[in-house]
Unconditional design. Structure first.
Length: 149
């Protein structure tokens, strides 16, 4: 992969990340994913996107419980910046707590998905996610030189 990623995936749990990456690989998408394991690295990458140094991802898959900077802060940052807010943010969490769900949507998450425990269910979920967000969903394609008003 070059300096762009269609999917930015932020997840600190190595086991969860491996399963998600394996599912995306079965869809032929492994090379389209940039996996980052902490919130600070995610914010640094998103700052590059905001400056136009790298192309924005088509989707951000985001865990909530992250070291250094949590997923809620990443979500808030993305949705507060005019150049980033068009990136769909899909929370992919083990938490089914209503308080997490409400907080994520209050920060303008585009979707909230609870990670299934079974690999086959996770694979099916990620197929649906990638089909919807990367194929069916109409999205804004940003020109790095374009200004947002």
């Amino acid at each position: 992969m070059g300096d762009t990623a269609r999917i930015l995936y932020v997840e600190d749990n190595d086991d969860h990340a491996e399963l998600v990456l394996r599912c995306l690989a079965t869809q032929g998408m492994r090379d389209d994913v940039l996996h980052l394991s902490d919130g600070e690295a995610a914010l640094a990458y998103l700052a590059l996107c905001e400056r136009g140094d790298v192309e924005q991802p088509a989707i951000l898959l985001l865990d909530l419980r992250l070291p250094k900077v949590d997923g809620f802060e990443i979500l808030r940052t993305v949705k507060e910046h005019a150049k980033l807010r068009s990136i769909p943010v899909v929370v992919l969490s083990t938490s089914a707590k209503e308080s997490d769900l409400r907080r994520a949507y209050a920060h303008h998450a585009n979707s909230y998905l609870v990670k299934p425990e079974e690999f086959a269910e996770l694979d099916s979920l990620l197929r649906d996610v990638s089909t919807y967000w990367l194929s069916h969903n109409a999205r804004v394609v940003r020109d790095a030189s374009a200004q947002v008003h």
